[in-house]
Every structure is written in C-alpha cells, then in structure tokens.
Design a protein around this ligand. Sequence first.
Ligand code: CU
Length: 681
Amino acid sequence: MLLSGYFITIINYLGLQYPLGPQLDVPAPIEGHVKPHLEQFEPWVPPGAMPDPGDPDSEPIKCDYRAMVADGYLPSRPEGNHEWIPHKDDPNLQYNITTDYDTRTPIGTTREYHITVTESDVQVWDGRKIRSRPLADGRYPGPWIQACWGDKLKITVHNNLTEVKNGTAIHFHGLRLLNSNLVDGVPGVTQCPVAPGDSYTYIFNATQYGTSWYHSHYSLQYSDGLLGPLTIHGPTSARYDEPLYPLVLSDHNHRSAFQEYYIEQFGPPFPNQESILINDHGSFAGQFPDNQYTQPVQGGKRYSLMLINAATDTTFVFGIDGHTVTVIGIDLVAVQPFETNHVRLGNGQRYHVILEAREDVPDGSSFWIRTYPAEGCNGFRPRAPDARQGILWYSSGNETSPPVPETSPMNYTIECKDMVHYKPMVQWTVPAIPQLGDGSVYDIIDTTLSVWQWDLTKDTNSAPDDKVWSWKILKDHARVDYKKPSVDHVDELEPDTWDHTAVIDSKPIKDGEDVWNYMLIVGGRAEKQVGGGIVVPPAYHPIHLHGHDFVVLKNSSTPYQGYGSLEDLQLDNPLRRDTVLLPNNGYLVIAWKSDNPGVWALHCHIAWHASDGLALQIVEGREKLKKQLDLENISNLSPDEAFLAQQYQTTCSNWGIWQDNRIGELNDANSTERFQDDSGI
Ligand SMILES: [Cu+2]
C-alpha cells in the first residue's frame, strides 16, 4: 500500500524550542501587555500552497506558528508578499524577506511525510512505455513535499524495492540541514543505504525557504525517476496571485541509467538521452504531440512558477514565447526581482519566477513553452530534440485541449552559461581571501578537474578486470564504502590518508565568528595534469555543495591564469546558491562559512560524472559530529538526535547483512556484475 498522504502533528506546544537547529532570540514578555488569544491565530494556507495534483486526497498545507504567540508574534496569513510573521511590539523581531535566515528561524509545526520507494508499473512519460522504475510512491515526479519556513520535517522513506535489488537513500537538495548531517541522505557518506524492507526517517528543520527537490543519492537511481519537488513556503520578493504546480525539467532515456552507465564507463560513444520531459510529459521524437505538457492560465493573473532541473546530463534554457518572467528566487535564495525572457538551469538548479499572464491576448490562445538543451552541455547526441515540449494555454474553459501554438521564441541564445546578474535579498559581505606567508599565496582550496583511467574494484568473484573512465576533482576520485559511511570514521578521514574518499578538511567552526572557506575549481589546465591524467576534454559541470549555500565570488569562462585570476572578486553581496555551473575551460571561486558540523559532499550534478568519481567530501566540525553519533553518551543528545544516532546503527546493520547476501547471490550465480561499479553517490 502506498502511503501517499501526509499527516500533520503538532508537537510544538507553547514555548517549546526545537531540539535541533538555532534557538530563537526573543525577549521575555513585557508585563502589562494584553496577551493575544491563541484562537485568533488559526493555521493559514500560505500563498504558494496548492494540492498535489498527483494525489487526489491532498489539500493545501497550512502554516502553523501558534508556538510563537507567547513570544509576541501575531501569526496570520501575511498581507504582503514581503511579510511572513509580524511581531506585536518590535518590527525588528518580525520575520520577513529581509530576515537573516542563517541566524533566525521561525518555529513552525512538525510535518510528517511518508515516501514508499517501489518499482513502478508501466509508465508513459514521453509517449513510449517503460516499466520497473524505482519511484517515490510509484509515480513521477514523486509526491510534492511542502512545508512552511521553520517547520520541522519528518520524512520516512520505506524501501519496497524487491525486483530491482537496490538500496536507496533520499537527499533533500540544497537544504542546509543545520546540525543534521545524518539526514543528508548520501549513502556511504552520511548513512548506510536503506536496505529493501527497511525504512529511514529524515528529521530536520526548514531554516530556509524557496524551491527545491528531493532525489535519491544512491548511485544513479535518481536518473531513473526517484525524485520529486520540495517547496518551503516563505515570503517572496514580488507579489503573485496564484501558484502553479512546479515544472520538473529532465532528460529521459527508455533504458535504465544503470544500463546506460556501462556506455559511459567504456565510451566513446557516451550515453544518449532520448526525450525532454516536463514533469511526466514529453513527446518522443515528436511522435506524441498530444502528450506535451499543458499549462492553463487566465489573462491578467500573476502566477508563481517553480522551475527545477532534475536532469541526468542536460542544462536547459527555458522560455515561454511571447512572455517574460520575473525571477524572485534562485536555488533557495530569494533575490531582488528581475525580468528576463529566458532562464538557464544547470542540473540541480532551481528558479522561482513570476509569470504574468497577458491581458492582451484572446481566450484560447496558446504559446510554446520551450526547454532547449543548452548548446554544448546536454546529453542529446548527435542533436537535441525539439525544444517545444509544453504549451501555455489561455484556456476559456470551453475547449478540452489547446490549439497548436504558432508562436516564435523570444530573442535569446541557448549557449551554456550560468545566470550571473542577480542580487540576493539578504545581503552577505565576504572578506577578501587571506594571503599566506609573504603574501604570494592565497589561503584557498585549489582544485582542478581531470580525467583518468580507473581500475574498478573487484567486489564479486567473477567480475572482470575493467579499466573505465573516471573524473577527479582532488588527487583521487571519490568512492564511498556503503557499509562504512564517512561520518562514522571521521578520525581516520584525514585528507590524503583514506583511499578513494577524496576528502578535504573544512576550517574549524568558531562560535560567534564567521569563518570562511575559499575554493578554486578549475575546469582543467594542462600544467596540473600529473601521473597519467589527461588534459580535460571540454565540459561544463554543475557543481553542487551539500549543507551550505555558497557564494560565487567569480564565475569565469576564460582559462585560469594563476593567482592573478583571483582578483576582481565579487565580495559585496555576491551571487549565492547551492549549485553553480562551472564554465567550459573556465573556473569558479566559491566560498562558504564553517558553521555546520558534518561530512558534506561537493560534486558534479551530471549523474554520470558523480558516478565517475567527480566528488569530494568536506569534513567540518569533527568533534561536534562525533557527538551526534555517540550512543555511549546518548543522554547528551536531544530526543531527535538520539533517534537519529540509533537509526544510523540499525540501518547499517540491516544494510550490512543485505549487501553481504547480495554479493553472495552474485557470486553463486558466477555473475560478472559488480556490486558497486561507481563512486556510489
Ligand atoms: Cu560534471
């Protein structure tokens, strides 16, 4: 049975603080004030909430901040889009679009979701039938997880995969997961995979708000469809009237990514994607025009629209003929509104936009929604499919389907590059990169991408001796051990001492002080190739960091030229997000604060590349992380932390048994299949 509904339980009674995450800084109530009545503050539907169209039983969620009334907050549905929770006395204490959400989080409710991972029945996404995909609740995209800023989420994932013998683990992309590394969902890094028949509950506070998605981080599993939209409702930098269901953009292949991966490993040729999907719609080779995505709108209304690139191997350029959109959020960062006629999304990136439906077009008009695979950074070879995979339809309500649009694209290019002209609403100022010694060396983590041949580990008896392609960002490619995740042996996890984990140390966390890590990521340079590595072929890489938003101090498409290239950094309110597109032959300078204990992955979000080893792990706040797993001193942990520490152990013991059995099965069958033929993430 699929547990697709959600259950809301209120456990935050008045005054109870979260056991995880930041404490709210509020003054004691002032004597003599009339206390507001709790009944005045019924939970309210946030402006962006709507039922999940894939779940007929779902209703819009309601935000519930009644736990904050005792502290002088007046939580009711906000009047303006900038507002969220007013305070009765002190405007400085209110929560709104300018609140520094890194340091202050409202207290919402606890929201529970259950996701059952099953093999699907027959699915028809682009017109052609596929089956046996690992999907959340058996559907694609998976159930829409929605919450309000400050809510505690408890998401239980049940692994019911029986036919496809696989573990699973779900990652909540871009969420900071403050002090909650054990719910980052990266097998071999923050947890053992969830064995078939087992479950795992992810508990964390939503300290940010905006648009994101969740997906499996178990090898290539998300490429097969195990993903869904995730929205944290909060204030916005511009007004809208109504929400639309998010658009999950993807590339699609009728064969499983686990089959296609052999092509990637032994290429060229490299794997081909076959169709463009908008949610579960597309038209393979133009043969299924009735299967395109249709978005009805009414003239004059302003719609909130969330765009998510969930692709395996494709950067998209999104545009709607005859329309501009106003961008208000980039990844999980609210930005000052700006108008554009197209949006560029690398894998893993999201854009929250406002679409204003025109008043000057007659009812029944239709316009193409275009999702161009960007030039030079997509998985379609030799050429990309038709970009016209969606229709914006000014529906009069009298017709059952839209007319075929006869519109032309707006004026933009489809070149592969990041969007770099935006300003976060909550402004950060970043100190310049410190210089070391005589000032000739910068204090920066210096990395370069390179391509190597990799001797695959022989983890089953009959596995052949294979050499395959691999990517590195440090001196070794990443390869995690599912039975021994990194969080459980941080003392051994020194840079350069632990085989194949590709590890770096974060600067130490200092309470009350901003400590910045700077990182240079170079897309390839000949003089750095050592010991058999080859000059990197031209490629773009969407680089994603877990557990942090990072700032992009420089995003350059010209080759790196040594330390002179580290000048002209954007330090004043720089670009900020969780996934950035490294330009072909260019370089990135990013920075993030040490403030979140854990082992956090940084990796390319092209699924093939992550499997090929293009990942590293950042070890941050070792001592604090060790305490989160210390069952001998469990009384020092909050109830949620204690639950997670115990769950960690039981998940690993269940997984260990399952993995040994599975390898035994492969050996008994003299299978030439490996158990783990990639990085694992
Ligand atoms: Cu890549």
